[in-house]
Structures are given as C-alpha cells and as structure tokens.
Design a protein around this ligand. Structure first.
Ligand code: NAD
Length: 542
C-alpha cells in the first residue's frame, strides 16, 4: 500500500449555524423540510454496485407524526448479508492499494458536500427521521459528522507519518500501515447520524472495506449518508449497507473466517451478546478481530453545596432533556447537596416546565418525540413504576401520549433511595432522577456515584470549591470516560473532548480520535540491513 504523506493541517471545527427565527438559514431549513415531507423515498440496500430493493418493504414515519409516511426501506435476510460480505471482500484489494491521499480526498469531499450543498438536507433528514430539533440535528448530522471526516483524515496522516528511528547508517527501519485482513462490520445506533457515518467511514479511510448494518430507526438519514458518499466518489463495495435482522446479520458475519473487526455503538446488552459470540467463534477467524464498542451510560451530575443553583439547574435541564434524553451522555442521575436543593429545584422545575414539546416542524419546540414505540413503552414503564413507588416523588412531568407521535414529558423524579433502578439503569429517555444528600456527606456520596451503576461514560461535578472539585476528580477517576467540571455532561466536540467510556460503557477507544484509528490498521515493521555482516564473530570474542 502506498502511503505517501503530504502535510495535512489540523482542521477547525465546523461552525454551528444557529437558525435564529426568520433568519435566512431558518427560512431555508423550513422550506427544505416542507419539500422532504412532500416526497417519499425508497431506500434500497447498497451492496457492491447494486441497489437492492428486495425482501420485506417497511414504511418509515417521523416519530413525532406517526401517521405520515416518509417512504420505505427494504429489509433483507442472511443471503443479503452474505452478498455484502462478498462485495466488501471483492472491493478490498483495489481500495486498500489506493494511495491513502485519494481515499482521504473522497471523504474530505463528502465533508464539503455536507457543509454546503447538502447541509439543509442532512439536517432535515435527521429532524424527520430521528425527531431532532434543528439545533440538535445541526450539531449531529452536519457539524459532528464533518468534524469526524476532517479530523480523522488529519489523525491518520499523523499515524502514517510516525516512523521509527534508524540506529545506525546501515539499518533502515520503517513501519508499513496496512488495513486489517478481511472486512469490518459496522453496527450503528439510531441516535446519531454522525456516529452511523463515522463507524463506517473511519475503518474505510484506513483502507478497510465495510459491511454496515444501520439501525432500522435511522434508515431515512442513512440513505443520505450513502448518497453523499457516492457523490463524493466512494467506489462500489467499500461501504455496503445491508438491512436485516440484527441477530441474523450477526450469525452470518461472526461465522465468517474473514471477519476482521467490529465497530459498534449501541446498547451494552447487544455488545456483550456480540462479544460472547465472537469469543465462541474465535478459532474460526484468520486474525483476532478488533472489537470496538461504545455502549450505554448512566451519566451523573454531582453538585457540591458551593455550586450555583441556576447553573446546576440549567446543566440538568439541557443535559438531561436535549434530544429527549436519548444521548448516551445524557444526565440521568443527579446528586444535589441539601443546602442548594430548594433553589435548584425551583429553577429546574421552572425551566423544564417552560420547554415546549411537539413536532420538529415548529422550531420553537425544545422537546420532540422519542424514537419508537418500543422506546416509548420502555420509558413510560419506568415512569409508571416510579409514580407507583413510595421511594419516588415526581416533581415535574410524569405523563406521555402516543396518539400523534411518541411524546414523553420531561420527567424529574426525586428518590429517597440512591441505589434503586432509576439511579442505576439506563432508561434512555427524558427521565432524570435526583438524590438529595446531606452537605457533610459529599465524600461518601462520591463513593455512591462511583458504585451505583455499572456504566462509566460521562459525569459532571459542579462546585466553586477547588478542594471539592479535586476530590471529585480523584474519586470519580474511573466512573466516567468524559468528565466535566461545571458543565453539563453532554455535547462532546470532535478534536476537543475525545468521546468514550469505560466499564460497561465500552472499550473507550474515543471515536473521532487517533486512538480509534489505530484499531483499524495493522502495522508491519520492516528492518532492512543495507550492509549485511559477513562474519559471525562479535567483537567480544577477541
Ligand atoms: P441497540 O443496541 O438497540 O442497537 C444498536 C444496533 O445494534 C442497531 O443497528 C441494531 O439493529 C443492532 N442490533 C441489535 N441487536 C443485535 C444483535 N443481536 N446482533 C447484531 N446487531 C444487533 O441501540 P440503539 O437503541 O440503536 O441505541 C441506543 C444505545 O446506544 C444506548 O444504549 C446508548 O447509550 C448507546 N449509545 C452509546 C454511545 C457511546 O458513544 N457510548 C453513543 C450513542 C449511543
């Protein structure tokens, strides 16, 4: 593989448009939204050079308007998964042998297409498909994805430039960076369009070819990712999008000897099932597969008695309820010192009750719908059980309605038991549970934060007391892959706060960072002796 390196300057983060009402961008986005809602699209599976309209035909609906039909996608079966693997393997040699600068150019072009020509379209696709308001969509499907594309190219150039020293004039050492042998399997979640794009593209940038299984709740925006990749010049067979039942897909992939890596984001349970199957099949593979998974969270906010109640309330209302709490990083348990609780509660309830809920078409809505009937049922189950529990007091929300879309009112519970399921399990919806602790129990409560949940994704501490902050940072060192001081625990930016967690939250390979790219390359060390010795005797032999 030719790895000629040209200097790649460090990119800047894509600026976020703010869509102020009546601005040009606001008008443009509304008109793009109207246009999208007036059309129906048919989404094929993209396998090799074929667009496959086979299998079960399934309609797509905005989660906030379940009667509206956005179009249809086609759900295949194990035979389509096999075709996708074959297509990936067939495309592999040519793609991996292409000079990396050309591979990178395709993805940089995709970034530019999203930044310009397709900006509104990408936003609208994510707004209607995943029920994100325009701002949430802009920071995900446009800015974060562009940053993934540009920063990964920059980081890969750094890896390729890393070469060992030559210790003498007659020895030349070099590292050759090859892709993995075989194909990579990307399995992506519903909640971030940027993650779906990145999980396929990052291994492909490194010269791998990919079988991609998107979430069935994200197909409409996945279609636009494929369209943009194609327009940017991505050759057939490099990223093959197959839609099939999860376990059935896994069954074909994890039994294939050329399975080389899993790039997964989704729930902890699914990741653990996959890892188990991979482990059981380990002797079938040509190489040890790379397993990268970013999974669930039970993200915390810990407020010390010295913190500012309005700032704590604002971090909670944004951190817990943006995108209906369906961010892996969303604050879903909070620990508030008793001395600031009344004031914090007043601001929090005021803020949450002022949030408008409804369709993404009205951009003054802060809250939209949750993704699906299954999510709605799961979240409303946690709410009902909470309302019935004598350990829980509901201070706002607690209602839901799926007559038009899957709407759940942002709900805040206060619990007398800091270890119950609302404080420990991932609910993945707009439900925040708070435990009020005695101010003098700050250190003891930090231990509780650390031990209550198996997850370790994000967490925040609020305080103006530097001793309290340093104690929290030390005690919670392993409780969060992304730790925030006086900020909400969401909103990581590529190139600024590399994202990922440990414990049950994943392998912590930090998406969009150099650490992640190392997982998709295979390093060969070459030592060349320019003047091979001709006598076996070392000097010490005399
Ligand atoms: P999910 O686990 O239900 O699904 C993820 C993907 O796995 C989907 O494509 C799904 O179809 C597929 N899948 C499900 N069962 C499968 C199986 N047995 N074999 C193969 N594939 C299978 O997750 P979701 O609901 O789409 O996303 C939400 C979850 O993702 C939450 O737990 C959230 O915390 C997590 N998440 C984590 C991060 C992170 O960076 N840590 C980021 C986003 C989302």
């Amino acid at each position: 593989m030719a790895n000629a390196i040209f200097s790649v300057p460090r990119p800047k983060n894509e600026p976020v448009y703010d869509y102020v009402p009546k601005s040009k961008d606001h008008k443009e986005i509304l008109s793009a939204l109207d246009e999208a809602l007036g059309k129906k699209i048919e989404v094929p599976m993209y396998i090799g050079n074929k667009e496959i309209f086979e299998g079960e035909k399934i309609s797509m609906h905005p989660p906030h308007d379940t009667k509206h039909i956005l179009g249809h996608y086609y759900k295949g079966d194990a035979s389509h998964v096999q075709l996708a693997i074959d297509a990936a393997l067939e495309a592999k040699t040519e793609w991996s042998e292409m000079d990396w600068n050309h591979r990178a150019a395709i993805f940089l072009r995709a970034a530019d297409l999203i930044a310009g020509k397709y900006r509104y379209q990408m936003n609208v696709a994510t707004m209607v498909c995943q029920s994100k308001n325009v701002f949430q969509s802009e920071i995900d499907s446009v800015c974060e994805f562009i940053d993934f594309l540009r920063f990964n190219v920059y980081y890969l150039s750094e890896i390729y430039n890393r070469q060992p020293a030559a210790n003498s004039d007659t020895i030349w050492n070099r590292l050759k960076y090859r892709p993995l042998e075989g194909f990579v399997f990307a399995v992506t979640p519903f909640n971030f369009t940027a993650i779906a794009g990145n999980l396929c593209f990052a291994p492909a940038l490194c010269g791998n070819t990919v079988v991609w299984k998107p979430s069935e709740d994200q197909i409409y925006s996945a279609f636009w990712l494929q369209k943009i990749f194609k327009e940017a010049g991505l050759p057939d067979g490099v990223i093959n999008m197959v839609v099939a039942d999860g376990p059935a897909t896994g069954d074909v992939v994890f039994n294939h000897p050329e399975f080389a890596g899993l790039h997964f984001t989704g729930s902890t349970k699914v990741f653990q099932q996959m890892w188990t199957i991979i482990g059981q099949n380990i002797s079938k593979y040509k190489s040890y597969p790379r397993i990268v998974g970013e999974t669930g969270g039970k993200d915390f906010l810990m407020a010390h008695g010295s913190s500012n109640p309005v700032q704590v309330a604002t971090a909670l209302s944004r951190g817990a309820f943006e995108f209906q709490g369906q961010k892996c990083s969303a604050a879903s348990r909070a620990y508030i010192a008793k001395s600031i609780w009344n004031e914090t509660k007043k601001h929090l309830v005021e803020q949450v009750e002022s949030m408008k809920m409804g369709s993404v078409n009205d951009t003054s809505n802060f809250i939209n719908a949750v993704i699906s009937k299954a999510s709605f049922d799961r979240i409303s189950g946690y709410i009902d059980e909470g309302l019935a529990s004598n350990e829980i007091e509901c201070i706002t929300g607690g209602t839901y309605d799926d007559s038009e879309g899957y709407f759940v009112k942002p709900t805040v519970f206060v619990t007398s038991n800091p270890s119950n399921k609302w404080m420990a399990e991932e609910i993945f919806g707009p439900v925040l549970t708070i435990y009020v602790y005695e101010d003098e129990d700050f250190e003891k409560t930090l231990e509780l934060v650390d031990q209550t949940s198996p997850y370790a994704l994000t967490g925040a501490v609020f305080s103006t007391d530097r001793y309290a902050i340093t104690l929290a940072e030390k005690k919670l060192e392993n409780s969060a892959g992304n730790f925030y001081i006086n900020d909400k625990p969401t909103g990581a930016v590529v190139g600024q706060q590399p994202f990922g967690g440990g414990r049950a939250s994943g392998t912590n390979d930090k998406a969009g960072e150099i650490f992640n790219l190392y997982r998709w390359i295979n390093v060969q060390t070459v030592k060349e002796n320019l003047l091979p010795p001709e006598d076996y005797k070392y000097p010490f032999l005399g």
